[in-house]
Design a binder for this molecule. Structure first.
Ligand code: PGA
Length: 262
């Protein structure tokens, strides 16, 4: 049951918003939630801006005591050295990045990230005390050939190969066909896969981890459908792309507990 897991709403900004726009968005989002008398304790919120925005957002969150966590969209497999363009986990940790998105389908597709690279990035995050948000999901071809859960389950098993029991992770189930398409999975479909992913976590990291790990759904999450996903027992939150860079929309998604009639 999802009773003891604090819901997590994660905003994956992708390559959107420069550092000035980032500061404006985070400020407005905070005001919007305060205006709505949102209970900040009831939902964890993480924003994942581009690298160039991290320092500005960190400074703002710190100065204004904004109760959001900061996350990064990627991490290097290496610790430091001659890796032009890469960002080390240690640098992210120094900027108070608590989480890092790993294995997003856009990185798997456009940057050739294999399951081995994903596993190495998960190790790099954990080594630096950063929680990996491990993204898995099937393409529409995979769905036709193997059904919904086979590919995400295999991806998660590989991502967790070197992970020690007790490590804190987050899993995000993101069917590739649902990302940015406006065509979200149904809550029932998403629940079915998320339940299987939780079983993988329990098998690899132990029953306690299976119970405590947050499993998110991602792919065309909006204010109009978030509550229906959150009702499912194995869905503990959402990884939101397009809906996370609009203040009113993201504010409403975060306040899903107040939605009625969905
Ligand atoms: P979307 O993206 O919400 O725009 O579909 C989700 C994601 O890619 O994390």
């Amino acid at each position: 049951m999802g009773m003891t897991r604090t819901p997590l709403i994660a905003g994956n900004w992708k390559m959107n918003l420069d550092h000035l726009q980032a500061v404006a968005l985070v400020q407005k989002l905070h005001w919007s939630l305060k205006d709505a008398q949102h209970d900040f304790e009831s939902v964890d919120v993480t924003v994942f801006p581009p690298f160039t925005d991290l320092r500005s957002v960190q400074t703002l969150i710190d100065a204004d005591k904004i109760p959001f966590a900061l996350g990064a969209q990627d991490i290097s497999t290496h610790e430091q050295g001659a890796y032009t363009g890469e960002i080390a986990g240690e640098f992210l940790a120094k900027l108070d990045c608590r989480q890092v998105i790993i294995g997003h389908s856009e990185r798997r597709e456009y940057h050739g990230e294999t399951d081995e690279v994903v596993a190495a990035k998960v190790a790099a995050a954990l080594k630096n005390g950063i929680v990996p948000v491990i993204c898995v999901g099937e393409t529409s071809e995979d769905l036709e050939k193997h059904g919904a859960s086979a590919v995400p389950v295999a991806q998660l098993e590989k991502a967790l190969e070197g992970v020690a029991a007790g490590a804190e992770i987050v899993v995000a189930y993101e069917p590739v066909w649902a990302i940015g398409s406006g065509q979200a999975a149904t809550p029932e479909q998403a629940q079915e896969v998320c339940e299987k992913l939780r079983e993988v976590v329990a098998a690899k990291l132990g029953d306690d981890a299976g119970q405590s790990t947050r499993v998110l759904y991602g792919g065309s999450v909006k204010s109009g459908n978030i509550a229906s996903f959150m009702r499912e027992p194995d869905i503990d939150g959402a990884l939101v792309g397009g809906g996370s860079i609009k203040v009113d929309e993201f504010s409403s998604i975060i306040r899903f507990q107040k939605h009625v009639g969905v």
